[in-house]
Ligand binder design. Structure first.
Ligand SMILES: O=c1ccn([C@@H]2O[C@H](COP(=O)(O)O)[C@@H](O)[C@H]2O)c(=O)[nH]1
Length: 280
């Protein structure tokens, strides 16, 4: 089954557009675990178990594991997600981007070592830096397009004088991903919930691509505006799904031992908000 099939299946089965991001920070764990990096797996596994029926995807952010020498815990977590939620795709947020030979190694890391269904990539180094990931049939690759941080303006919002129509960089990325770069229909785009107008523009330029949209919750992105800008009711397989990520707001909904139950409540609340915005 391809990443896109899984995504559509999880959206249907869990009636959700919410992706729970797994950004484990031991400094924010509840009292019994606080500061203990050896409990990263336990913390994330509890979140996964509490939200497995509420999400369209999970998105572990690799930096939060690597920074604590916890790659082995990420491997265990990937296996756990497969066991607890086999219908939910996992997007490894790695933001890789390097020359082809190195990209081949990063692709092995994402798809063979961790068994991810999709990965996030920087398109900055061009198509040959993306191509190695596309050799993995059915796997997804999300290119950073219009990111959620204010500094995204520094490059992504600049005009490209060398391209017809003087598009902004993020518009050019969207066109490449919808068109010539998308050899086997594996590409998607990352667009920040903090910029609904740009989500709308990207949706216009890339109508069939899945959009991974971080920035609701802790970054203050507007969930309702996000859905209005990026969600289009499905017509067959030609409409690109939207995947709205929230990490810290879900993970740290309570500082106490009830963190998993609180995460579930926050995930339910966000899922309902996204769902209600589809109607409006
Ligand atoms: O443009 C981007 C691309 C990726 N991210 C990642 O998403 C989560 C957001 O976490 P929150 O706690 O919900 O703010 C995090 O892993 C980022 O690395 C992003 O925020 N913006």
């Amino acid at each position: 089954m391809t990443f896109l099939d899984m995504l559509r299946g999880a959206e249907r089965q869990n009636r959700s557009l919410l992706c729970v991001g797994l950004d484990p920070d031991p400094g924010k764990f509840p009292a019994g675990m606080k500061g203990d990096a050896s409990r990263i797996y336990d913390f994330c596994a509890a979140i996964v178990e509490a939200t497995a029926d509420l999400v369209i995807a999970f998105k572990p952010q690799i930096a939060y594991f690597a920074a604590h020498r916890a790659e082995d815990q990420l491997e265990r977590l990937m296996a756990h997600m497969r066991a607890v939620a086999p219908h939910v795709p996992v997007i490894l947020d790695a933001k890789r981007g390097d020359i082809g030979s190195t990209a081949e190694q990063y692709a092995i890391e994402a798809f063979e070592r961790y068994g991810a269904d999709a990965v996030t990539l920087s398109p900055f180094m061009g198509f040959d830096s993306v191509q190695p990931y596309l050799k993995y049939q059915g796997k997804g690759a999300f290119l950073l397009c219009r990111t959620s941080n204010p500094g995204g303006d520094d490059l992504q919002n600049q005009h490209l004088a060398s391209v017809d129509g003087l598009p902004r960089v993020y518009e050019h990325i969207a066109r490449l991903a919808q068109g010539p770069w998308n050899l086997n229909g594996q590409l998607g785009l990352v667009v920040g919930a903090t910029y609904p107008a740009e989500i709308e523009r990207v949706r216009e330029l890339a109508p069939t691509l899945p959009l991974l949209i971080p920035g609701v919750g802790a970054q203050g992105g507007d969930a309702v505006a996000t859905i209005r800008a990026g969600y289009r009711a499905a017509s067959g397989n030609t409409t690109g799904p939207v995947i709205v990520n929230s990490s810290r707001a879900v993970l740290y909904a309570s500082p106490g031992d009830d963190f998993a139950a609180a995460a579930r409540r926050e995930a339910e609340r966000t899922r309902a908000l996204l769902d209600s915005a589809k109607a409006g």
